[in-house]
Design a protein around this ligand. Structure first.
Ligand code: GAL
Length: 367
């Protein structure tokens, strides 16, 4: 009798233990099924799980770090992402699309959840969007639009407006005369939009014969040295007879104004700019550059980091509060956020650039 009781007790304990172990196996399987559910919702994240315990990893790929603004993009993006508990891998590609391609492929193998891509080449970067999507990674087209592809979100400034502000400013100041028209890199969709916007003001006056466009050239890779060389040649070819110059950004404006200075024309010929670089702000105060366009990339980067984290957490693009319009990239209407650029001249430089903390007063005027 006693033996059978012992056996009974042993069996009871055994059954109890088995049921506990079985219950444990059941819960992990659920999680994986949860991942499955999110997978089905969007095509681009075929095998990327929104595992909330895992630290979000963002790949931030920039075309270059040469222009001052990219230092600010990087700092503001990393600061915001860190605040949101995400890790950022930032890469600058030295204006080299092959380097950017390999950097992005490397970021993908490092298991990023979202790719924030500012393309060196608007067309060839389309393959990077596909590669990221095949790995289940969402893509944000940052500052420059990636063409003929399916980025999930595009975030930038109203770049045609940038050009309009430059063109309007210059034609108001110089409604008649000889113009040099410079454009940014042909591989950069922004350069096309800037020029398009500026020509809305310049072309009608040229058609009327008030303005004569005596030089019209794009600058490879936005290279300031290339801009210097082109401006020197244009001044020689036109015997220094120029009344106004459309320079697409501050970097190239610096090269062009150096060429003017060699002919003692600096400060005598209005020159535009963009990016509110420190050297340009000083030239505006000195009178050798007429204006620049302020694009607060701190706001751009903050929004991009915020959107990247939301996407990594599985939020649908249609539910993103910041995305308020679409921009067509020759393939799709990309859900977008476009920020507003501001004209900077001698008159509002302190208000817009010092009061906003973009520069310290001492940066501009010394101690
Ligand atoms: C553009 C950008 C400008 C300018 C340029 C050179 O795409 O919008 O701010 O800096 O690239 O890198």
């Amino acid at each position: 009798m006693f033996k059978s009781k012992k056996l009974l007790a042993f069996l009871l304990v055994f059954v109890l233990a088995a049921s506990v172990i079985f219950a444990g196996c059941q819960s992990t399987k659920d999680n994986s099924s949860t991942t499955t559910s999110s997978n089905s919702s969007n095509s681009s994240s075929s095998n990327k799980s929104t595992d909330t315990t895992k630290k979000i990893k963002i790949g931030f790929s920039l075309p270059t770090m040469r222009e001052e603004r990219y230092q600010k993009d990087k700092a503001a993006f990393e600061e915001e992402a860190k605040k949101l508990g995400a890790e950022v891998l930032t890469q600058g590609a030295n204006n080299d699309e092959n380097l950017q391609n390999s950097q992005v492929e490397n970021l993908i193998t490092q298991g990023i959840d979202v790719l924030v891509l500012d393309p060196q080449n608007a067309e060839s970067a389309a393959t990077l969007v596909d590669k990221a999507h095949q790995a289940g990674i969402k893509v944000i087209s940052y500052d420059r639009l990636i063409l003929n592809s399916d980025p999930d979100v595009y975030i930038s400034f109203d770049n045609e407006k940038v050009g309009e502000l430059q063109g309007e400013y210059l034609t108001k100041l110089v409604p008649k005369g000889n113009y040099f028209v410079f454009a940014g890199a042909p591989t950069d969709n922004n350069a096309t939009l800037f020029k398009q916007g500026a020509m809305k003001y310049i072309q009608p006056l040229a058609d009327k014969g008030d303005i004569k466009i005596v030089f019209d050239q794009a600058i490879k890779d936005w290279d300031p040295n290339e801009a210097l060389k082109l401006a020197e040649n244009a001044l020689t070819a036109n015997k220094n007879k120029v009344d106004a110059i459309l320079a697409p950004n501050d970097g190239t404006a610096g090269g062009i104004i150096q060429a003017l200075a060699e002919q003692k024309l600096d400060g005598k010929v209005p020159v535009t700019g963009q990016d509110a670089e420190l050297a340009a702000a000083k030239r505006i105060i000195a009178g050798t550059q007429s204006m620049t366009i302020f694009k607060d990339v701190r706001v751009l980067a903050k929004n991009a980091a915020d959107i990247a984290v939301q996407l990594a957490q599985g939020k649908e693009v249609k539910d993103l509060a910041q995305v308020n319009k679409t921009v067509n990239n020759k393939k799709i209407d990309v859900p977008s956020l476009l920020l507003t650029p501001v004209v900077i001249t001698k008159d509002n430089i302190d208000k817009e650039l010092v009061d906003s903390g973009w520069f310290k007063k001492s940066d501009l005027y010394g101690n």
